[in-house]
Design a protein around this ligand. Sequence first.
Ligand code: FRU
Length: 500
Amino acid sequence: MASDKLRKARDYENQYIPFVPEEERSLFHVTGGIGWINDPNGFSLYKGEYHLFYQYNPYKTVWGPMHWGHVKTKDFIRWERLPVALAPDMPYDKDGCFSGSAVELPDGRQLLMYTGVREENQPDGTIKPFQTQCLAIGDGVNYEKYEGNPVLTAENLPKGGSAEDFRDPKLWREADGYYAVAGNRPADGSGSVLLFQSDDAFQWRYVGPVASNHCQYGSMWECPDYFRLDGKDVLLVSPQEMSPIGLEFHAGNGTVCMIGEANEIKHLIRENVHAIDYGIDFYAPQTLQPPDGRRIMIAWMANWDTARSQPRGIRIFGQMTLPRELSIRDGRLIQRPVRELENYYGEKISYKNVPLSTETNLVGVRGRAIDLTVDVRPANGNLMYRWFKLHLAKDGEHVTTIRYKPDEGIVRVDRSRCGYRYDIVHVRNFPVYSKHGRIKLRAILDRHSLELFVNDGEQAATFVVHTPVTADVISFEADGEVLMDVEKYDLIFDKGEGDE
Ligand code: FRU
């Protein structure tokens, strides 16, 4: 039975969606129907389709009472919108159904595990949140909250663990039962990821910490995910309040990938730690594993620091990244856009061995919904060029520029002229592992985003761009003599079955 709050949210969606004209939306990235979205939740396979829920405030383009919005897909590109799944309608989640995850139960029902937030006024006038882990069970469209909620509370925490910061359970099933990891703030005030176990997915017990921050990478670790990939164990976390570390980690909310080996109680022995995405707009990634064995990750394409600087008049806020296939190479996480994107390729334009020094346009290479790969190298092997620039989403007023300097080994992305009218961070520099001045840049543009993949996914960097979609010029420029190959596909997304 839908509660009043859920019914209200569903009625609101029915009344107003589609709220934004088709031309204003991303073509193949998930957006909310209306209002605000943040973290991906419950990204999982259910009855042969991939479901994605998300943190959702239908009523405003700012964060607010957290519901779970809901979409599903068969191919990670074309998504079908479903009605709001959860509303904050119980005493234990009245102040928000925060992030969580989902699995299919053996009896065919879908189980959602999420953080219920309940705030209480304190005698000193402050408000204190209490975060517990809760369940909801459903059929892929409608969900009932479990009568035994909450299933994990402060009582399940280790000594010193905070009940105020205990959230974002990521649930999975193994041969010996169910596991979940959740973020918690231990006594040192930073973050840790705790492991819980269950035989039936309803009764849970604490196992131990999977990893502890000890204030090394930011403070509280949000939205953990933990999985095995290419013979390694991988933990993804999104720390709050990071201090910058070289060019690897920037200040503020960040994302961290820890690669290593888990011991017999699944505690991670770290071998390598690096940023997941080097752009501005990437947070709270979550993964799933389809039957074909791939590990696919999706993330919120925004961050908490810039999300408050929305262009005036914006009508829906937030989108997800393109789902990305993960692998491990040389101890690092490799990310590539899901291969299903290729099913949406339109016209192909390609050039080989184009000599470049002054700013150049290539006939047919333009667009704002494209998959563009540029392979760059020095024209004369012994004579290194000083820099190469790829200008995108350009018109007389706007431009977003990717620059590579081979002597420094640094890629710089500058979106300061992409239509933002706020003096926030618009530039990111990050180290790449190119040799002899050779670099491969793959840029995926989808109207209001740029996702950059360097050297076949060794680095990814994600940026929202607010540039008007008419700004579709692309140009290439170098200081020094460069040769490049260019391949561009238009991304064609015909409206069809399943679109809203
Ligand atoms: C991460 C996060 C989560 C929380 C959710 C609330 O972006 O802060 O920790 O569950 O957002 O919307």
